[in-house]
Write a protein that binds this ligand. Structure first.
Ligand code: TRP
Length: 355
């Protein structure tokens, strides 16, 4: 990691801590936008990384927008397979964890034309050189399965600025990899205000709310990810969970300890049990001790299945009624459209293009 990266992250952490305090005092001052690409069922890494933070913010009284970033699926693949199914899975996962469609807005950005139209003036505010410097995009290009870099891949952080600014969200809960994108959003908002705002800013400069969640590893000891086949899906049943945990990689040392640096695989299992039980990982390790990996895995399985049981039950109930899922999305799309139309009107007025 470069010096500027780590400094940027340190500053973002400090700012996030301040924001947490303000959120607790005045949740009504904030509007959150978060989003995911619909590429399959969400897993425990998502859940402890961001999802349960979304519910927490919603329940604190922060107005919440949950974006299904369906166009963004096309950044690193030529065709978006199973798109309808994955979009519905994403909505289901959110309903299951407790996102309340009466309070939160769940929508797909392809269904909100005015949001996408913002991309046009926004693209005029960033240079090609700036786009080329984005470290997260560079990394994605390096790992892309595509032969050529598409214009969408290159510009998607600007699209993401439209995702955030269309509803004038001022708070975006993210992981570290999304910090460069949030910088693009702030740059776009600042430049738009400077160029067209005439003293009255059209857009807020949104803040990143950095996740404090520790990283969960997949069952093979690498980052938990849908595409690596090492993830435990929220929607997995108890037996599938037991099987996946049983197959998880550990190490040759019998005695269980919590030491993420030296024993990443074992420690990630310990952490998973602790997160589900709401206890401390050191305590889980101590209590498991000489029971070894088999005892640890039994505890992890029980903890995960216990913690997820109500979420899975809710998910199964919603899954019975796909029409309800589609209705939630339709209502969210409509609400998002009304907001995006109003924002686009303001943008056109600011640009002297209201005729
Ligand atoms: N880029 C995000 C991801 O891949 C998804 C996303 C799209 C997003 N638009 C957003 C996240 C706006 C936060 C805000 O996970």
């Amino acid at each position: 990691m470069s010096v500027t990266d780590s400094l940027g992250t340190t500053a973002a952490r400090r700012r996030s801590a301040e924001l947490e305090e303000q959120i607790h005092k005045e949740p009504g001052r904030f509007r959150v936008l978060t989003g995911d690409r619909p590429t399959g069922r969400l897993h425990l890494g998502h859940y402890f990384g961001t999802l349960h933070n979304r519910v927490r913010l919603q329940d604190l009284g922060v107005e919440t927008f949950v974006l299904v970033a369906d166009y963004q699926v096309l950044t690193d693949r030529d065709v978006a397979e199973h798109l309808t199914e994955y979009v519905e899975e994403l909505v289901l996962d959110h309903l299951a964890i407790g996102i309340d469609p009466d309070r939160a807005t769940i929508f797909a950005h392809s269904a909100v034309p005015a949001l996408n139209q913002l991309l046009l003036p926004f693209l005029s505010l960033v240079s090609v050189a700036e786009l080329g410097r984005n470290p997260t995009v560079k990394d994605e290009i390096a790992h892309s399965r595509q032969a050529a870099v598409s214009g969408l891949m290159f510009t998607y952080p600007v699209h993401q600025a439209a995702d955030i600014l269309f509803c004038r969200a001022n708070l975006v809960p993210v992981g570290q990899d999304q910090l460069p994108h949030l910088e693009v959003t702030r740059t776009v908002a600042r430049r738009f205000n400077e160029r067209y705002g005439e003293g009255t800013p059209v857009f807020p400069l949104p803040d990143a709310l950095l996740s404090t969640a520790p990283l969960l590893l997949g069952t093979d000891g690498t980052k938990m990810s849908k595409s690596r086949g090492n993830a435990i899906a929220l929607a997995a049943d108890a037996d599938e969970t037991a099987r996946l945990v049983r197959g998880a990689r550990t190490d040759a040392e019998r005695h269980i300890t919590y030491d993420p640096a030296a024993r990443p695989e074992v420690s990630s299992l310990v952490l998973l049990a602790a997160l589900c039980e709401g206890t401390d990982p050191r305590q889980v390790a101590e209590e498991t001790g000489s029971g070894g990996a088999a005892a640890l895995k039994r505890r992890v399985t029980d903890a995960v299945n216990g913690h997820l049981a109500p979420i899975r039950a809710r998910r199964a109930a919603y899954a019975q009624d796909r029409r309800l899922v589609r209705d939630v999305l339709r209502a969210g799309n409509e609400r998002a459209r009304a907001i995006a139309d109003a924002t686009l009107r303001d943008v056109r007025a600011a640009m002297n293009a209201a005729y």
